[in-house]
Write a protein that binds this ligand. Structure first.
Ligand code: PHE
Ligand code: FE
Length: 286
């Protein structure tokens, strides 16, 4: 029962991790990974930040080396990751409690699910699987600045938890780590894992006239609700990982306090104060 073993609740440890049970993946599950990776890599070529695909290669995730070209063995990934930036990937059966998630990140451990979607539902995901978690999130953990940002986010999460500010901080994760875009000399590029692991959103986020593309502003982002059930109505654009780090290394405590007085924004709101790179037509969600 491969799916069950990759959601091994019986083997759950105190930190919510499990063994990946890499040997239990079936040929079909490895084939599912290959189909997804072989589809994403060429599509991402001129759309994702260039270091992303270099890191996919360094981790042998897109070709035949790691795990026979199928689901990567976390032990192999960790040999490279740990040596480069001190991160490791740990297996979890599904979503874990917020505090547990933050604690892992704060200690440079990325919790990844290990089950994989089925071959006949390649584009349907009710919850993150190993392709989203590993192909989408892990490559950029080889980038030193991004790697630090993720750790700081984890520490920030533990702190926000005690200040009733988790909802705000979660929006920052959503609009950067999951759905972030960045500027480059050749135009906008993807860095968010939710985009990079999705065929449809890879094209939509960059090429479709429907969504807004707005310059990143910390408070603006932390005010903005998001949709979890469909493509985003607004993408926020950072100037690069250094800029993201600078914008987020400040103490959020006074920011959270100040924000108490500000109303939340809807996912498709555009403000006069926004730096609008593209005003969406809204057509897709209409
Ligand atoms: N600087 C933030 C704080 O003081 C923590 C944080 C860092 C949050 C990086 C997100 C990303 O709470
Ligand atoms: Fe994710």
């Amino acid at each position: 029962m491969p799916v069950e073993i990759h959601r091994d609740m019986a083997g759950l440890k105190a930190d919510f991790t499990i063994d990946q049970h890499w040997d239990a993946y079936t040929d079909e599950e490895h084939a599912t990974w290959r189909v997804l990776a072989e589809r994403q890599v060429p599509l991402l070529k001129d759309r994702v930040v260039p270091e992303f695909l270099a890191h996919v290669d360094a981790l042998s995730m897109g070709n035949g080396m790691n795990g026979g070209g199928g689901v990567p063995d976390f032990r192999r990934l960790n040999e490279v990751l740990e040596a480069e930036t001190g991160w490791t990937v740990v297996a979890v059966p599904g979503l874990v409690p917020d505090a547990v998630f933050f604690d892992h990140l704060a200690n440079r451990r990325f919790p990844a699910t290990c089950f994989i979607r089925s071959m006949d539902e390649l584009d349907y995901l009710e919850e993150p699987d190993v392709f989203h978690d590993v192909f989408g999130h892990v490559p950029l953990l080889l980038d030193p600045v991004y790697a630090d940002y993720m750790q700081e986010y984890g520490k920030g999460g533990l702190k926000a938890d005690g200040q009733g500010a988790l909802r705000r901080l979660a929006r920052l994760y959503w609009y950067t780590v999951e759905f972030g875009l960045t500027k480059s000399e050749d135009g906008l590029r993807i860095f968010g894992a939710g985009i990079a692991s999705s065929k449809g959103e890879t094209v939509f986020a960059l090429d479709d006239p429907s969504p807004n593309r707005i310059g990143f502003d910390l408070e603006r982002v932390m005010r903005t609700d998001y949709r979890i059930d469909d493509f985003q109505e607004t993408y926020f654009v950072i100037d690069g990982f250094e800029a993201l780090r600078r914008a987020t290394e400040v103490d959020f405590t006074p920011i959270y306090a100040r924000m108490e007085a500000e109303p939340d924004l809807a996912p498709d709101d555009v403000l006069d104060t926004d730096t609008v790179l593209h005003r969406g037509t809204g057509r897709y969600h209409a």
